[in-house]
Write a protein that binds this ligand. Structure first.
Ligand code: ATP
Ligand code: MG
Ligand code: MG
Ligand code: MG
Length: 494
């Protein structure tokens, strides 16, 4: 049969429920609860953190969880696992994605977990074993962690040839939730889309040919700091499989974007914008830039939809600022690349609702609200571009015939003396349109010098979350991002 995403997701859940006696637990919100951290839910395990740490509140339903299966809405924007800069530029990373997972809380451990995973992949999804690569943890001396030979042996005993089992270090085979929290060595399963042999050298290289599909983490520690791991009282299993990647595998394509989770969105973009149909080209091969823009727009719409459905609104501070930032990026693609008005984004929200609304009812239920928020944000965004352009033109009139924007001019535009706090991204765009050089280095040093001096210029480069409401009010940065866009532009360089 055709492996539509709905079937891929359901097969995973049914397999663990029916064949492996797991209990289904619904996805938690993408917004962490109080005390659960300041970033979005980035993995299926987040809601189970108290179980790993032995800190389940009395009376909680969690107390009975032994074997659990779920499909979790995840977002990787900000925090330890931040994929925003990659999204659109490859075929396998999204800001919003679904993670299918199974858990053992002090119940089964490595051997059973690997056996269960292998059986699902080869018997239910019917993947050919020669296309699969298995990695295991190679140890870390500074933390007194030994190589996970036990894991290697388990894969060998399942009949996997030696050359398909590969050791990797901390970066790839030791999973941490964040700077602190539950963690442990893992074994990951990678799929070779080519299947002609030689895939081993492509594992964990970022290649589109050999892609990580499933991570099986053996939770044994709590990370208390960079160099301090404390052993947990019990051993647990925590796994995460990327639904979009598994769908791509089962659709016989390297690209997550060639699956039914994205094609209806692309059809909509094509129909409304009339740009050429999506071609799945990446990087230099995407000569028109349209394919990258298709991916960013569709991806971001899913992220925006999921966050607003869970009750978040675009904001200038906290997690809401991430939503706002992603919204502005989406609106920018829609206007600048696809030359569309808001009908495009609103139509895309309907498509996301069609594809995810049944699995995550809050997405269907909040459809109108999501569209209202996007609609207002897009109106605001346009108005602010107008204001910013006006301020910019005012300066140009005063300066006369120039070919360079000095750091000081940038600062003046940015600090509002031409009637509007022009966001840095917009300044750069407007300067580029007029072929003006810009002195970003000088601008940066002026910003730095004003930072703590008189006190009337807030630190625009600082993390938004540390700025309080009063400072922001003084900034009167109304509408589009000022400090957000600034921050992202510069942190991505660091
Ligand atoms: P990668 O190395 O490809 O960035 P990861 O090691 O960061 O993935 P994990 O934290 O192990 O990912 O998450 C478990 C699974 O979730 C991965 O094996 C992958 O299938 C999926 N996944 C992770 N990040 C993304 C993403 N940004 N978009 C889509 N799927 C993802
Ligand atoms: Mg990653
Ligand atoms: Mg990885
Ligand atoms: Mg991984």
């Amino acid at each position: 049969h055709v492996w539509r995403s709905q079937i891929v997701r359901q097969s995973f859940i049914d397999y663990f429920k029916n064949q492996q006696k797991h209990q289904f637990v619904p996805s938690s919100s993408v917004i962490p609860k109080k005390g659960e951290g300041t970033y979005f839910t980035n993995a299926g395990m987040n809601q189970f953190r108290p179980l790993f740490l032995g800190a389940v509140p009395p009376g909680s339903v969690m107390a009975d969880y032994k074997r659990v299966v779920n499909s979790q809405k995840c977002i990787r924007v900000g925090g330890k696992h931040n994929d925003l800069d990659d999204v659109g530029h490859d075929l396998s990373h999204h800001t919003f994605f679904e993670m299918l997972g199974n858990w053992s809380f002090g119940d089964y451990f490595k051997k059973e977990a690997c056996n269960m995973a292998y059986k699902l992949l080869t018997e239910v999804y019917r993947l050919p074993p020669h296309r699969l690569y298995f990695t295991y943890f190679s140890g870390e001396k500074s933390l007194n962690l030994l190589p996970d030979e036990e894991c290697r042996t388990i894969w060998l005993e399942l009949g996997i040839p030696n050359n398909q089992i590969l050791p990797f270090g901390m970066k790839d085979n030791f999973w941490d939730m964040g700077e602190t929290g539950p963690c442990g060595p893992c074994t990951e399963i990678h799929y070779d889309h080519i299947g002609k042999g030689g895939g081993a050298s492509l594992v964990n290289t970022g290649s589109a040919e050999v892609v990580e599909i499933w991570n099986l983490v053996f939770m044994q520690y709590n990370r208390e700091s960079e160099q301090c791991l404390r052993k947990l009282t019990n051993q647990h299993v925590d796994t995460g499989m990327g639904l979009e990647r598994m769908c791509a595998v089962l659709h016989g394509t390297k690209s997550n974007y060639r699956t039914d989770l994205f094609t209806p969105l692309f059809d909509t973009i094509h129909k409304i914008s009339k740009v050429p149909v999506y071609g799945d080209k990446v990087g230099k091969d995407d000569t028109t830039g349209f394919d990258t823009a298709y991916r960013i727009l569709a991806d971001h719409t899913r992220m925006i939809t999921a966050t607003i459905a869970d009750g978040l609104l675009p904001d200038r501070v906290g997690l809401g600022s991430k939503v706002r930032h992603v919204m502005h990026r989406a609106i920018q693609q829609s206007i600048d690349v696809f030359h569309c008005d808001k009908t495009l984004l609103l139509a895309l929200v309907d498509q996301v609702s069609n594809s995810l609304g049944e699995t995550y009812p809050e997405i269907a239920k909040n459809n109108q609200k999501i569209k209202d928020v996007i609609s207002l944000t897009e109106d605001n965004y346009k108005r602010n571009i107008e204001k910013g352009t006006k301020a910019f033109n005012k300066m140009m009139n005063r300066e006369g015939d120039i070919n360079k924007l000095t750091g000081n001019m940038m600062y003046e535009l940015h600090d509002g003396r031409y009637g509007y706090h022009v966001p840095i991204d917009l300044i750069l765009d407007l300067a580029a349109e007029r072929n003006l050089q810009v002195d970003e280095v000088e601008f940066e040093s002026i910003l730095q010098s004003k930072k703590d001096g008189s006190g009337h210029t807030p630190d625009l480069a600082a993390d938004k979350q540390t700025l309080n409401a009063d400072v922001l009010e003084k900034l009167r940065c109304d509408g589009i991002t000022t400090d957000d866009s600034y921050k992202y532009r510069y942190t991505s360089k660091d």
